[in-house]
Design a binder for this molecule. Structure first.
Ligand code: F0G
Length: 351
């Protein structure tokens, strides 16, 4: 959107920052709410995609990070730290660079997508690859921040949630109402907590008449909220949500219960099928974890839990370029050709 000033300036009256603080922003937010014709036809609903991959670092994390980094800078911190499955670290590294702070990121070794690692390198983060999973990384980040002068920018820091709620405002501002149902991938559960806070604030202030039902989707191998207990060794191809013990557990359960929503677990096959469908039929290339909102949409439409005719928003949380390896899985060899128009015509079977 031309002239979009970033979420803090766009929602100045709803997102608190310290008095007189310099706003650290890359003009995040203001992302498209794209009607999805093919998904609407498949489900008998009116489906929109909230495309968070167009944020400055390619994921929704920038919404929370602008607020967290604004606080870090205002409080005089010199360094920030986070644990991440990749997107939070990319975002923290970028916003720290913008703020002139140093950043340290703790990531699970070998389990973060290539594009995200490339971002952390490019933005100049200190990258620490931990021989453990995300949950181990988060515990290390919390312990480090509580004992040393370094500011924690994970969503256990509530100012991150304040930023992430802005996506709910944007959805309502575009639709002129809240959707009937909002579908989200759920990992550490900060995002579903943020959306629910945003929807409740708009409804409480009479900006919209009602709140949506919140549908949260996890991967079968990493589905603590669906199972109702932490998972010690989470596994899924959707590495962004490979999390066994979500920090915002209570926020997620509250969102589900207060909204008459649900949690559901999807197989990696279902997630990958939705991932391919989104790119091939809607022209929207997302990372695997993001496709779980759409896999969940399709599953709940099919089993009847999603009422026909609903207005549904699926957030697709991160850009497909984050994870080139998954995109190239199963790619057939690309043919090499001589510089010859006849060879092109033959290869394309143009007769
Ligand atoms: N989708 C993507 C692409 C993510 O990166 C994440 C979380 C989620 C969904 C789940 O959101 O944690 O708020 O429930 N990524 C975190 C990270 C854990 O470190 O980047 P959540």
């Amino acid at each position: 959107r031309p002239g979009w000033p970033g979420i803090i300036n766009a929602y100045r009256d709803r997102i608190a920052v310290p008095e007189g603080a310099e706003i650290i922003t890359l003009h995040e937010g203001g992302t498209p709410l794209l009607p999805a014709a093919h998904l609407s036809e498949l489900t008998g609903c009116q489906v929109y995609l909230k495309i968070e991959g167009v944020n400055p670092t390619g994921s929704f994390k920038d919404r929370g990070m602008t607020v967290a980094m604004t606080y870090a800078k205002a409080e005089g911190s010199k360094a920030v730290i986070c644990a991440s499955t990749g997107n939070t670290s990319a975002s923290a590294a970028a916003y720290a660079a913008r703020a002139g702070l140093t950043s340290a990121v703790l990531v699970p070794k070998g389990k973060i997508a290539l594009g995200k690692l490339a971002q952390a390198v490019a933005y100049g983060a200190r990258i620490l690859q931990v021989d453990g999973n995300f949950d181990d990384c988060l515990e290390l980040a919390r312990k480090t921040a509580s004992a040393h002068p370094v500011y924690l920018v994970n969503s256990v820091n509530q100012v991150r949630i304040e930023g992430q709620k802005s996506a709910a405002f944007e959805v309502c501002d575009v639709l002129g109402r809240a959707p009937d149902v909002h579908c989200l991938p759920v990992g550490n559960a900060g995002n579903i907590t943020g959306y629910w806070k945003g929807y409740r604030e708009y409804a409480a202030d009479g900006v919209v008449p009602a709140t949506p039902r919140m549908f949260g989707f996890q991967a079968e191998g990493a589905a603590p909220l669906v199972l109702g207990h932490p998972v010690p060794n989470p596994e899924t191809i959707a590495t962004a949500i490979r999390i066994g013990s979500p920090a915002s557990w209570t926020g997620a359960v509250t969102a589900r219960d207060e909204s008459d929503g649900l949690f559901h677990a999807l197989s990696d096959e279902q997630i990958l099928a939705a991932y391919r469908l989104l790119a091939a039929r809607e022209g929207v290339f997302v990372e695997p974890a993001s496709a779980s909102s759409v896999a969940g949409l399709l599953t709940t439409a099919e089993d009847g839990r999603l009422p026909k005719g609903s207005v549904v928003v699926c957030t697709v949380t991160g850009h497909g370029l984050k994870d080139p390896d998954t995109a190239l899985l199963g790619m057939t060899e690309v043919e090499a050709l001589p510089v010859d128009p006849a060879a092109v015509a033959t290869a394309l079977e143009l007769g």
